[in-house]
Design a protein around this ligand. Structure first.
Ligand SMILES: [Zn+2]
Length: 340
């Protein structure tokens, strides 16, 4: 009688264990793919080595990361840390405003746009998604591109940008701008590629190769077509992870595998990285150098200069909810003036 009771208890325990196992495997493995089939939310991606699932990547993932309206004082946009400028840069014929040069430099900067201060515009998805700052409508995107075209802006190739940052060339075309697109949303193919082709504009695309078969993002055929049309393609991590949350081994995989796949697919040598979610730590910077990366873009707001750390370059987030006026001010000055 006693032994029958014990075995009943064991059966109950085994049943509980099996049910726990089933619910775990459902929530971690099966549920995300079902959700993906039911909606347009892309599959969750998993970095090997770390047992950590990434968040589903959608432009809304950035919602909390960017301010409503960048609130740097206008003056701050002109005062850059000049202490790290190398002698090669100080030989440059064009003046660069510096904190040490004081008010004179600031005054000069306000009357004459300094070519060293390159606006690097940061776009994501181009579609209609009201309330989402990281998404710009095709109409607004076209309005901005036409503004650049009509007002004499020159969209840089990534090589031009690198040559200038390296000091290989000392001047850039008048009114330079670097267009960057993060994540490789499939809508970039539909709404940016034809327009930029028509305007003869250059652009740089940061993609995560782990997303290329998802359907929500650009596939390799589209990426190759964009590359052939003159777009520069560079890595954005393999699975768009939160890099600082990963072990060094996983970070190394995210960085090196993304580079390896893009290099192999496009027969190029990528050297410019873009941090997913703008996140990095000391390990990330060390790994980038070890894997031959020479420049990396953050989501820190401001114009880009040679004086900035090469692996911590600033950009200008394009807030899709804004009208064109503040976008123009930021393009010209790196920040919108605070009303005081
Ligand atoms: Zn991203």
């Amino acid at each position: 009688m006693k032994s029958a009771f014990i075995s009943y208890k064991w059966y109950a325990l085994l049943l509980c264990f099996l049910m726990l196992l089933l619910s775990l495997s459902w929530s971690r493995l099966i549920a995300p793919s079902v959700r993906s089939a039911e909606s347009d939310i892309p599959l969750r991606l998993q970095t090997p080595f770390d047992n950590q699932m990434s968040e589903p990547l959608k432009p809304s993932a950035y919602m909390s990361m960017f301010p409503d309206a960048p609130t740097l004082p206008l003056e701050a946009a002109h005062i850059f840390d000049n202490s790290k400028v190398s002698p090669a840069e100080s030989n440059s014929q064009i003046l660069e405003p510096s904190a040490s040069a004081g008010q004179t430099a600031v005054a000069q900067a306000e009357t004459h746009l300094q070519p060293q201060q390159i606006p690097v515009l940061n776009y994501h998805s181009i579609t209609i998604d009201p309330g989402n700052r990281a998404v710009i409508t095709p109409a607004k995107f076209e309005e901005q591109m036409l503004y650049l075209s009509k007002n004499g802006y020159h969209t840089l190739t990534l090589q031009q940008f690198i040559d200038y940052m390296d000091g290989t060339i000392s001047t850039l075309p008048k009114k330079p701008v670097l267009l960057t697109f993060d994540d490789g949303y499939a809508d970039n193919y539909e709404h940016a590629l034809p327009l930029l082709k028509k305007l003869n504009f250059h652009a740089t695309l940061f993609v995560s190769p782990g997303t290329t078969e998802d359907g929500y993002f650009l596939n390799w055929d589209q990426i190759k077509e964009m590359h052939e049309a003159g777009w520069d393609i560079q890595p954005h991590g393999m699975t768009h992870p939160h890099l600082p949350k990963l072990s060094a081994k996983s970070q190394a995989y995210e960085i090196s595998e993304a580079k390896r796949q893009i290099d192999e697919q496009l027969k190029i040598n990528t050297t410019v990285f873009c941090y997913p979610f703008g996140e990095k730590n000391e390990t990330t910077l060390k790994l980038l150098q070890e894997h031959g990366f020479r420049y990396a873009f953050t989501i820190e707001q401001g114009l880009t200069t040679r004086g900035q750390n090469r692996l911590l370059l600033k950009r200008l987030f394009v807030n899709g909810e804004e009208s064109i006026e503040p976008w123009i001010v930021r393009l010209e000055h790196g920040a919108v003036k605070v009303k005081s």
